[in-house]
Design a protein around this ligand. Structure first.
Ligand SMILES: Nc1ncnc2c1ncn2[C@@H]1O[C@H](COP(=O)(O)OP(=O)(O)O)[C@@H](O)[C@H]1O
Ligand SMILES: [Mg+2]
Length: 361
């Protein structure tokens, strides 16, 4: 178990900057998800913690100790990768034993057997122990890779998109299993992914990484409801938050140019919302609703059926926005409808910087 801190980490490769001024604080026993698009710097961050790369600047601390001079082995962290690297001609049991059989510090046989059996039980792969790993399915192979990490009883688990090579159904099942596993082990997990659903459903805390910088760290609830900027607002959530250009006139949101206007409440973070300041109004699709008496008229531009709900694209002048409505809502394309939004759920962003007015102080 361990407390991981990254302090003002920067990492450059030649003249390419992968990470800039990165601060992270991962509490002991926490499931921390680092969320970012491809190239954001996720793998580099894991490799720095694992001791496979050196930072150009800044410090990595494990349990308060600067580990700059520690090699990968001394750091005692386990890295699980997207591509499982199992030994194909060996059995699952042998694959699980390998990490426990280095020439130096070899564990007693009884201890090895005990750890392997325990890990197999935890991951429900006991029935596979005598099978060669090239005869396993993708999900089984990934379980064995995770097993190879568990048997070592590392201080920290670093997981680099371990589920992204699996098909959707299996990915969902393993998400739950991994989360349960982490709770059961009480271990510190740093899980990286580009998949916002994975991040939001698994993380105790989520850090959003954009171009090598942490944009926001918080609980999934904070990230979803109070995104720091328009990048986070549009990255997290499916469909993403509607972002509509506009300004405030006499305390109302007026969408440019003259498309529609609606009220919003003080909870939107109205401190800096002076009349005429160029803003972006953010509203989640589930906070937009259709009602016959609602103030704004729109046309139904598109309808997507998603079983329990429909996602409508509404068109008002040259603005479109999405609304999540119950599946029973009967609408046809080009039909006129009326809508409003929940004024408490509106988030205001500065048009220039993209930063939420709730976050800018
Ligand atoms: N060894 C390396 N040499 C040069 N550039 C690298 C190296 N490793 C990573 N990079 C660059 O650093 C950036 C971040 O990479 P990476 O950490 O792999 O991102 P992610 O895992 O989020 O996709 C990318 O632009 C990548 O091309
Ligand atoms: Mg990567």
């Amino acid at each position: 178990m361990a407390h991981i801190q990254l302090k003002n980490i920067s990492k450059t490769f030649g003249n390419h900057t992968a990470l800039t001024g990165l601060d992270l604080d991962i509490a002991d026993g926490e499931f921390f998800v680092l969320l970012g698009e491809t190239g954001a710097g996720k793998t580099t961050t894991l490799r720095l913690i694992a001791g496979l790369e050196k930072p150009s600047e800044g410090q990595v601390l494990i349990d308060g100790v600067d580990v700059a001079d520690w090699g990968a082995a001394e750091r005692d962290v386990a890295l699980v990768l997207q591509q499982y690297s199992l030994y194909p001609r060996y059995t699952v049991r042998e694959n699980l034993e390998f990490p426990l059989k280095p020439k130096i510090r070899r564990l007693p046989d009884a201890e090895i057997k005990d750890r392997v059996d325990r890990a197999a039980r935890t991951l429900r792969i006991e029935h596979l122990l005598d099978r060669k790993t090239d005869r396993l399915s993708g999900g089984e192979m990934q379980r064995v890779s995770i097993g190879r990490a568990i048997v070592r009883k590392p201080r920290v688990f670093l997981m680099d998109e371990p589920l992204s090579a699996l098909d959707a159904k299996l990915r969902e099942a393993l998400r739950t299993e991994l989360k349960n596993l982490q709770i059961q082990l009480g271990a510190t997990f740093l899980f990286v992914t580009h998949d916002q659903i994975e991040a939001m459903s698994m993380g105790d805390k989520v850090g959003v990484l954009n171009h090598g910088r942490i944009v926001q760290t918080g609980t999934p609830h904070e990230i979803y409801n109070n995104p720091r900027d328009t990048y986070v607002a549009s990255f997290v959530g499916s469909p993403p938050m509607n972002l509509i250009d506009g300004k405030v006139v006499n305390g109302r949101a007026v969408m440019a140019p003259l498309n529609f206007e609606l009220p919003f409440s003080g909870r939107a973070g109205t401190g800096g919302a002076t009349d005429g300041r160029p803003l972006v109004f953010g509203i989640r699709p589930e906070d937009v609703y259709l009602e016959s008496g609602a103030p704004v008229e729109a046309r139904v531009h598109d309808v997507e059926n998603h079983g329990v709900e429909k996602i409508l694209t509404l068109r008002v002048g040259d603005t479109t926005l999405r609304a999540t409505v119950p599946a029973r809502t009967d609408v046809a394309i080009e039909q006129p409808v009326r809508f409003a939004w929940n004024p408490d759920k509106v988030v205001l962003f500065d048009k220039g910087s993209g930063v939420s007015l709730r976050h800018a102080s």
